[in-house]
Design a protein around this ligand. Structure first.
Ligand code: UD1
Length: 417
């Protein structure tokens, strides 16, 4: 099994290009199943993206990757089910459900199990699809979904602005009869990116200012070419790494507006931040200041995915920082590993209190989940000595060749097989 070996205490310095957003490309690939053929640029090379392409192939679409561009050519016939093995390879494969039902009128998916962030229910996805006319039955760990009369537009109020549920509804409603209004829809930039892709294919999706999304169903989608937005969470991760190592880095190819809840946190920690249209430069002080309180919230609030990378930086700040996780139940899995490196963190339920320590030390640690794994890498970059990081498959799900990016800005990090 591969591992990362990190020699800590190297200051990050230089310029990095941020790859395309994982959380955009996955629903866009799912929606591509409904197109007459599409070309998607800025697709990061990630194992989750490979898994999504394998699902598309299984469903009867041809996919071809050239560099960061993926072309999808759906075929006239194909499977309408996703077997257990493929569902398990990618946590968010539930996002294919709306596309399969819209295409075939029925779908059979193995139930997604729990995941490393705690139970990951899909009740909002299923309740919304039922409103669009889908009948859902559970059968020995599989979901059988049928739309005997086809999909019909509906008003769908979401009790919580779930990102995945909003995406599934947008995709399915694109081909439903009539109008669908999603109330209290998620507003993440990845949702707007999916809307742009669907519209490029000929769908009629409007993002209302009041948080509603309105979809007018059309009989069929056409061909499209689209460029995925850049990954705001990868950007937040690199900025956290620069902050934790007293570094000075510039990120290129990003949308600074997508980071508007994150950048003030770095300023609060004493970093200087300069923004241009699609670039950010962050220069960290020798010693970071603590953060008062980070509360994760739906967009435009502070993103839950950036919580653990920032926590790693807070471990080496002067003073105590508080984190309140409001999105997922179990998102402090990285904490026991950070404690092994000498961090001082107390967790009680949704609250984590981080007391900054003068220095972290090296250790053999393991990745617990994607963003927790990134936090552990950041801690190792800041720590004294050589750390070994195991179970790095989690990291490859969401960061394109993380060790190469970090090495290019001065980190001493290598992958060992
Ligand atoms: C997406 C992102 C993930 C990010 C999350 C929140 C992708 C591939 N993943 O995940 O990186 O951390 O948004 O920004 O885009 N919930 C329910 N019932 C449901 C659906 C969700 O109770 O049917 C709960 C979840 O358990 C969680 C919360 O709602 O506590 C947020 O989930 P959701 O917004 O759906 O996140 P994902 O789409 O899974």
């Amino acid at each position: 099994m591969a591992k990362l070996v990190v020699q800590g205490k190297k200051r990050l310095e230089g310029k990095l290009q941020v790859h395309g957003a994982k959380n955009s490309v996955l629903p866009i690939l799912a929606a591509g199943l409904l197109s007459k053929g599409c070309v998607i640029h800025n697709c990061p090379q990630l194992t989750d993206v490979d898994a999504a392409c394998d699902i598309l192939e299984y469903l009867g679409a041809k996919t071809k990757r050239e560099g960061d561009t993926i072309a999808i050519q759906p075929q006239d016939s194909g499977n309408c089910c996703i077997p257990d093995e493929l569902m398990r390879r990618m946590r968010s494969s539930i996002v294919f459900l709306g596309a399969i039902i819209a295409r075939c009128g029925h779908a059979r998916l193995s139930m997604p199990g729990g995941c490393e962030l705690g139970p990951r229910p899909i009740d909002l996805h299923l309740g919304a699809l039922e409103r669009l006319g889908v009948k859902i039955e559970e059968d020995h760990g599989y979901l059988n979904c049928t739309a005997p009369k086809g999909l019909a537009g509906a008003v769908i109020p979401l009790p919580f602005p779930s990102v995945g549920a909003t995406e599934n509804i947008m995709i399915a409603a694109s081909l439903a009869k009539g109008e669908t209004v999603i109330k209290n829809a998620a507003r993440e930039p990845e949702i707007s990116d999916l809307a742009d892709f669907l519209c490029a294919c000929g769908a009629k999706v409007q993002m209302g200012r009041n948080g509603d999304i309105c979809v007018q169903g059309v009989p069929a989608l056409g061909e499209a070419e689209h460029t995925v937005i850049s990954d705001r969470i990868a950007a937040a991760t690199y900025l956290s790494a620069a902050a934790a190592t007293g570094g000075d880095i510039t990120l290129a190819g990003i949308c600074t507006e997508h980071l508007s809840a994150v950048l003030p946190c770095f300023e609060e920690m004493g970093c200087s931040v300069w923004q241009k249209a699609d670039e950010i430069r962050l220069k960290a002080p020798d010693r970071l200041h603590a953060l008062r309180c980070i509360r994760t919230m739906p967009y435009p609030g502070f993103p839950t995915d950036a919580q653990s990378p920032l926590m790693a930086a807070a471990c080496v700040a002067d003073g105590s920082s508080m984190f309140i996780e409001n999105i997922f139940e179990s998102r402090y899995k990285q904490v026991p590993e950070l404690l092994r490196m000498g961090a001082d963190i107390k967790v009680e339920g949704r609250v984590a209190l981080v007391h900054g320590v003068p220095e972290l030390h090296s250790a053999q640690v393991r990745c617990t989940d994607l963003r927790g794994g990134a936090a552990i890498v950041i801690a190792a970059l800041a720590a004294q000595g050589q750390s070994e990081i195991l179970e790095i498959g989690h990291i490859d799900r969401g960061y394109e060749r993380l060790e190469e990016s970090l090495s290019s800005v001065g980190a001493a990090i290598r992958r060992v097989h």
